[in-house]
Design a protein around this ligand. Sequence first.
Ligand code: ATP
Ligand code: MG
Length: 450
Amino acid sequence: MNLKARNDATPSLRIIPREQHVISRKNISKAALRVLYRLNEAGYTAYLVGGAVRDLLLGGHPKDFDVATSATPEEVKKLFRNCRLIGRRFRLAHVVYGQEIIEVATFRGTGEEDGDGDRHIVDGRIVRDNVWGTIEEDAIRRDFRVNALYYDISDFSVRDYVGGMQDVENRVLHLIGDPATRYREDPVRMLRAARLAAKLNFRIDAAAAAPFEELGPLLLDAAPARLFDESLKMFLGGHGLKSFHMLEQCGLLKFLLPATARALKRGDKALRGLIEQGLANTDARVAEGKSVTPAFLFAVLLWGEVRDLAHAWMVKGVEDSVAWTRAATHVVAEQCQRVAIPRRFTITMEEIWSLQPRFEQVQRKRVFRLMAHPRFRAAFDFLLLRAAESPAIHELGEWWAHAQQLPHETLAAALSGSGAVPEAPVATTASTAPRKRRRRRKPNGKSGAA
Ligand code: ATP
Ligand code: MG
């Protein structure tokens, strides 16, 4: 593919001098500055590029700093002792300073795949991209215009080859070149459009959004491991709720989370509430610097389908615990074909789900056994989210919250009917059991006793 076919934009350089933009060295990590200066001193050109420049222009604090340079990976390695070369599909140098990694990429060119470089294109998809080139070529092979801005440490200017600065000002995402071609090269760019629009509060330009419907199915062939990484960026990056809404708006949710899309389509308002609250809580935790886990996130996103499948099997007479296990296994297996959720997380997801019916069993022994379960905390947080499902679940959540506050002896006495009885949960309408088979249970486990 030649440069013209690939991109309709012919790069023309606009240099924005220091006094006309807001980027200050103060906000750039020391490690990134060292890499830039060292490369410059060694006679190479080197710029800060991509998300970091974009976020700095928007007044944000980038988490990672990427550098683009004329030096090849081997030349970068010679300059830095703390450097390792990574990637096959896309070769890069990582310069490591303690916890921080600066990603240093050589300018990518637009050479032919059968030229002397190393680019492979299969069915329009770029599967390998190791052709070195000029900065102009590097700029136009990036995805969005706002992601193709270069900060020059030698004079503190910003170099703009494709109109990215204008887009930052207008808060819009334009793809560089022909959108359909760029999505065919790499369908994950569609998800990146949705994610960046959510994160930056930008709109997606109409031409960039138009191909979603036709080309969305290409995501079905994207590498599941990459979709897992992208999912974490979307949902655990602090803008999960907005990313979710944006995926729905763009019509892309069904390709990433088919079970979630199906369950929501059945018109379940409570499920929507649960997912939105789960994502909002996750965003709040990220904002507070607290830890978040993919297991809880995917447990939230897939709950509706697990619950509905389990119910369907129970109604058919399958034993409760078997129905739950089977539903969980089924939903996880389907999801992992799209998004490679590592096993350690799917195990926790299945535990969170399988503990849900156990919150309805409030006999003394079972209560203490559940509280001692290593996944109790996560499963309890999940129960609280489910409060939106029914008033009964809400009450159940309150009962368990209260029970955890009580000293062991008080709770034990209450559960065996001899102490001050905590407010009893009305487990009868809690909806982990399908309607037909609902049983009445009292807190002391003795049927009919108060
Ligand atoms: P984030 O805020 O999530 O870090 P980002 O734009 O920096 O967003 P990265 O994945 O860190 O995203 O990528 C760094 C840069 O590499 C991007 O800004 C863009 O210029 C380029 N890039 C990343 N992914 C692609 C892609 N799929 N196609 C083309 N260019 C890409
Ligand atoms: Mg980045």
